[in-house]
Ligand binder design. Sequence first.
Ligand code: SAM
Length: 330
Amino acid sequence: MTLLIDRYQRPIDYLRVSITDRCDLRCIYCTPLGGSPKLDHDDILSYEEFLHLIQVAVDMGITKVRLTGGEPLVRKGVTDFCSRLAALPGLQSLSLTTNGVMLEELAQDVYNAGIRRINISLDTLQPQKFLRITRRDEFQRVWRGIESAENVGFSPIKINVVVMRGINDDEILDLAKLTLDRSYHIRFIEFMGFNNDSEWVNQHYVSADHILNSLQTLAPLEQITAQHTNGPARHFRWPDAKGVVGIISPISHHFCPSCNRIRLTADGKLRNCLFSDQEVDIKSPLRQGATDADLSQILRASIDNKPEKHCMQSDVFRKCQNRPMVAIGG
Ligand code: SAM
């Protein structure tokens, strides 16, 4: 098996692919008020093009692919695409991040397509607050979607919660308590200020330490190591709980030294760091008939330029947030 190593000796084996910039929610931390400019249909890679690029990446040593968006489940034909992707030789893990709105209808098809790992975003258990955060009244539908995913056999169900002070930080315990009698992984993510104004960001940012302290008010948590730690989350469990609590702290304890990922946007740009606006266009060469060797060189160059670490505080990164999260894919 080929190993892709960057210049800081990090193995790169994970590609996050945003298959659309369209989303059926408008989360306040992800989509600017008034929406973000939509890509033209022709600018979005076709499924054939995604398959081609992903096969090139897999041949180079990528073994894990996660589909994201926008909202990946709103793109027509997504489950057929997943089946074709799951069959790519050399791809060992295919997963999906979704807001859950379409899961009630699609969970079975997604499962049948060969996807076994699914992350669902849900920041609150309160319908009114859900409406405030996502600007859409879809809480019940998402909840039914989560239940459908569980019923068709996704396990564990991983729920991503972006924590924001004064908005949903009062629900940290309620959300985490779901792990007491369900085998869910509830993963709290530090809010990252992208295109929100800095005052709003400072007001709403909650550190991972604060999240952890809030959780410990119920009972001491034990940290879990070993097989669960394959990724940026630190995992914890309450004694006798069926599920797991995860903490993802891109800001306060950044995990750049073990970052193993690159990203491909819906319009065919490679991004080597979530926080940097360095993008490499791979769509144009692909459409101009580049060979697989050429495409693989473009991927290699993007990996070679992967920064050692992000620094949200530095000027470079602060002025580099050229896309809202909805157009990157998280
Ligand atoms: N629509 C899908 C979803 O909701 O999961 C996939 C795309 S979404 C951009 C991917 C992930 O990024 C979600 O878990 C979302 O909560 C997270 N995310 C988006 N904006 C964020 C921000 N500003 N800070 C932290 N996480 C964010």
